[in-house]
Design a protein around this ligand. Sequence first.
Ligand code: GLY
Ligand code: MN
Length: 429
Amino acid sequence: MKYTAIDSKLYSHNRERFVKKMKSNSIAIFHAHPTLPENGDAIYREKSNSDVIWLSCIVQEKTMVVLYPDNLDKKYREVLVILRPNPTLEIWHGHKLTREEATAISGMQTVIYLDQLDAMLQAWIHHAEFVYLDTNENDRMDTELPRIDLLYVHQLMKRYPLHKYERAALIMKELRAIKTKYEIAVMQEAVDITHKATLRVCRFIKPGVFEHEIEAEITHEFLRNRATRHAYGCIIASGDNARILHYVENNQECKNGDLVLMDFGAEYGNYCADLTRTIPVNGKFSKRQKEIYDACLAVHMHAKKILKPGKTWLEITESAEVEMNKQLLKIGLLSKEDIKNETPDNRACRKYFYHGLGHHLGIDVHDIGTRNTPIKEGMVFTIEPGIYVEKEKIGVRIENNYWVTKTGCQDLFKGIPITTEEIEKAMKK
Ligand code: GLY
Ligand code: MN
């Protein structure tokens, strides 16, 4: 890993939080993916399982975490399971964790090898009444590929058919959504690196640069600051490309007079930042660009103002859409008639603002958590309204990351240029 060591307290605290939610005499088993094939013999070097990382900080493939707080043998109340290092394979694929290293990272004192697990697990499961198994319950998850998490569930249920099974994901959804102060300290690093990269590209961008050159500047700033990688596919969309929400080709020249929408974030210590800035290629917003930008910023600021414990994310979204209607009316994109004819399910502004207001942010960029239960202190959300106008070939999105406090929210990107004046000033430097 490129990041500096993280205090294992973050993870022991997370395990304590999970254990408190378990039923008595229950065992919870978390299970990370093997390496995923990309193409030929290439593999993806991705996070193997976000829940395993949240519990242990171990990113290595096939790692397992077993929590059995009522285990009569104290030594096995929390167990980390890792691959047995193989010196021959390590020559090819690099170092695998030793048990001592795994303990130092996770704070878990008992570490066994995967090939030892089966025999031990049998005794534990026979004593336990409930078994918590973990599946990917991210609302937005969508894949046609066979799922390793489901495969493991089927295997275990077949082997122990008379146990009572529980969903670990239900607890995870609740706990992972609330970020502890330890997690925020790591997330802040991801945000700060992203902040630095933003200032760097503000100075770099001018007419004639290519989108991929901007991506390269960002990547350089990320890696030299110990980010692991981009938290998601970096979007550098100049001119009309900005209307494509997940544009990642990044291969066009940035033209004088256009805006460039940049949506990027560093992954540091396994946590993500997620920022969007839309800036003028030549360093100066035109009158119309400023009008659209300011309308989008007004909606962003409105959402920020009302983000606090108590309301649900869906209520915040609804209020932001009403504000967006007002702003679009003001800049001539909607008429009073359009607004009068809208339905609650399809607000007039959806023609120009055709995505969600934001999402939970954490180990995953679209982190788990619910949108229809009251927001709680400690949650982290992105706020990212956008205005996309086909006939003007323009797209604007403005995104920051907010940590919900007792009475409001704290901007993790505090101090980053966000108004048109601040952006123009940063581009002059
Ligand atoms: N940053 C990309 C997204 O939120 O979808
Ligand atoms: Mn986002």
